[in-house]
Design a protein around this ligand. Structure first.
Ligand code: BGP
Length: 457
């Protein structure tokens, strides 16, 4: 039997833009997603945009009951910045009422809410002023964070500032997958830097407004494994970890950017514009806990055609196609549960064993809707995926890593950016036409795991 620590969190994560719906109503203004969908709906899978999500805005009460039914004792979602502050300054009373009722409904089911502030949903009013590229985004985020803490601090004990900040940096400014779809390494570094400062600004406000509660940050973790023991491959893996793991984790845990990163950026003419007071602000960004979203690792090797200065990260480390990799045939990502153990040990040994939890882990299945229907929602593959990851997590915990929970991605099939409803992950299936929710086999299994606080080997 794999038994997990007492009071272990069992639950799942979602986010406001991926579940709420009502995306341009009840006072909410547009985010970059609403805007982009309006401009170019053909970019979105099946042309499904952010309005057509799982409608938690109207279904949240029953959905909180559904969470309880499958054993959740904690649950993460986010607040929509553009709903709470439609113009960045004026509070939307309907948003306050909605979130207060939603968080109360979560409590009524004895579920601990974990509330995140930013999940890739940049309000258009700020995008028009430059978004994360503009230095004023730091104060704008600080004001939003403080407002949220003041409005909901009595109902929420666990807060997080950002979900996967690396993703809005990479997807928006490096690879062109998210709006504003810019491809510019130097801009991406500047955007990442402003995000770090915005995070610190929010933590600073948090310590003032809610000194007795806990704050963290949610990071995507893609541990980099080198192709070989040769020095150039090892160096590539180190650089990849510097960018992809340490860039946000070190500031959140130690209050400063990781050693080696400023030198590397200087060498490649990528240093961001800074102010003298930044160092002091960054030091205020130390959190109480970390959430790590783990889906797959990175395999890297020395760059095939290094460029000096680097134009893209690939000039510093290249992707490597590991011949032994096991692939999720439904989503294309490598499945490597062992990495979750390596991450647990890294947190223990390199990050002062700060409390952390797995804040997303799950198996995406493209077009699951089509074939699950015929198999009575039998998603055994998802159960196997979670079991193997939990087994490695258990090993890390039994060796002293301070992990206090596991959140699946996700509770309910939800809208996922340009992929819309292509890859489904939910314990509950959602019929987009009728909004009917149907429990998959994985949800029944998860209930047992939560009730037993573990599972049979
Ligand atoms: C994570 C995000 C989630 C969700 C998930 C699945 O990076 O935090 O918001 O999108 O990935 O992604 P996809 O639907 O592309 O498979």
């Amino acid at each position: 039997m794999y038994t997990f620590p007492k009071d272990f969190w069992w639950g799942a994560a979602t986010s406001a833009p991926q579940t709420e719906g009502a995306s341009l109503s009840v006072g909410k203004t547009a985010t970059t997603w609403d805007y982009w969908f309006e401009q170019q709906p053909e970019l979105f899978y099946d042309q499904v945009g952010p309005t057509d999500t799982s409608m938690l805005y109207t279904h949240y009460k029953e959905d909180c009951k559904r969470m309880k039914e499958i054993g959740f004792n904690s649950y993460r979602t986010s607040i929509s910045w553009a709903r709470l502050l439609p113009d960045g300054k004026t509070l939307n009373p309907e948003a306050v009422a909605f979130y207060r009722e939603y968080f109360e409904a979560i409590h009524q089911e004895n579920i601990e809410p974990v509330i995140n502030l930013f999940h890739f949903d940049m309000p258009m009013w700020l995008m028009e002023k430059g978004g994360w590229e503009a230095r004023e985004s730091i104060d704008a985020f600080g004001f939003y964070a403080q407002t949220a803490f003041e409005c909901f601090g009595d109902l929420v004990s666990y807060w997080t500032t950002f979900n996967e900040p690396l993703v809005h940096v990479e997807c928006g400014y490096l690879y062109g997958y998210h709006y504003p779809a810019i491809v510019d390494f130097k801009k991406a570094i500047q955007v990442g830097y402003h995000t770090l400062l915005a995070h610190a600004k929010a933590v600073e406000a948090f310590r003032r407004v809610l000194p007795n509660k806990k704050i963290g940050i949610i990071l995507n973790i893609t541990p980099s494994y080198a192709k070989s023991a040769q020095a150039d491959d090892q160096k590539a893996a180190q650089i990849s970890n510097l960018f992809n793991t340490k860039s946000f984790l070190d500031p959140a845990v130690f209050g400063h950017v990781p050693d080696g990163l400023p030198d590397l950026l200087m060498q490649h003419e990528l240093l961001p514009n800074t102010k003298e007071t930044d160092r002091e602000l960054l030091a205020k960004g130390i959190v109480d806990f970390i959430g790590l979203n783990y889906y797959h690792p990175r395999r890297v090797q020395a760059p095939l055609a290094p460029n000096m200065p680097a134009k893209m990260p690939e000039d510093l480390y290249a992707a490597y196609d590991w011949p032994e990799k096991v692939i999720n045939p439904y989503r294309g990502w490598e499945i490597y549960p062992e990495a979750i153990y390596d991450v647990a040990i890294m947190m223990r040994d390199e990050y002062r064993n700060i409390p952390w939890f797995v804040s997303e882990n799950g198996m995406g299945v493209a077009d699951e809707e089509r074939f699950l229907h015929d198999q009575e929602l039998d998603d055994t593959y998802r159960i196997e995926f979670m079991k193997t990851h939990l087994a490695y997590l258990h090993k890390g915990i039994s060796e002293g890593s301070h992990c206090f929970g596991y959140h699946a991605w996700t509770f309910i099939d939800c809208w996922s950016w340009l992929n819309a409803y292509k890859n489904r992950y939910g314990f509950y299936r959602v019929d987009l036409k009728t909004q009917e929710r149907i429990l998959k086999k994985s949800g029944q299994w998860f209930k047992q795991v939560s009730q037993q606080n573990g599972f049979e080997e």
